[in-house]
Write a protein that binds this ligand. Structure first.
Ligand code: DGP
Length: 123
């Protein structure tokens, strides 16, 4: 299902929809019925993978509201990728929502970061 609100990217122009469709190249590390996971082009840790739903939703709240278990699926995939990458014991998951919070691509994506120590609070 496609969800589009004013000010957000329509699915037809969405970079991550292009990656899901295989039209935009990416280093895909996992894909299944609901999710696709690929390495971030600007990695901030030895493991930096983005996990996205196949369906276009602008942010995590939109995905959760759709009620299809999409957020659960993202977290399950992130955990599986963390295990495959050997970082299952220590990793960080991040959803940025809104430009002020650092979101630059408006197709919901869960950042999986691992392989180094992290500090808190984030910048
Ligand atoms: P955010 O700032 O939370 O919206 O994260 C977007 C991430 O997407 C950012 O870390 C960089 C990454 N990114 C942007 N364009 C591409 C791309 O074309 N390919 C890949 N693999 N990652 C991208």
């Amino acid at each position: 299902m496609s969800v589009y609100r004013r000010g957000m990217t329509p699915a037809s122009e969405c970079l991550f929809c292009g990656i899901v469709a295989g039209d935009v190249p990416a280093d895909v590390v996992h894909d299944d019925e609901q999710t696709v996971a690929f390495r971030d082009i600007n990695g901030q840790a030895p493991t930096h993978v983005l996990v996205v739903p196949r369906d276009h939703h602008p942010n995590a709240a939109s995905l959760a509201t759709a009620g299809q278990g999409g957020v659960d699926a993202l977290v399950r995939t992130a955990a599986a990728v963390a295990a495959a990458e050997g970082v299952a014991e220590d990793y960080r998951l991040v959803f940025n929502t809104g430009a002020e919070a650092g979101q630059s691509v408006f197709h919901v994506h869960l950042h999986l970061l691992g392989g180094r120590s992290f500090t808190w609070p984030p910048g």
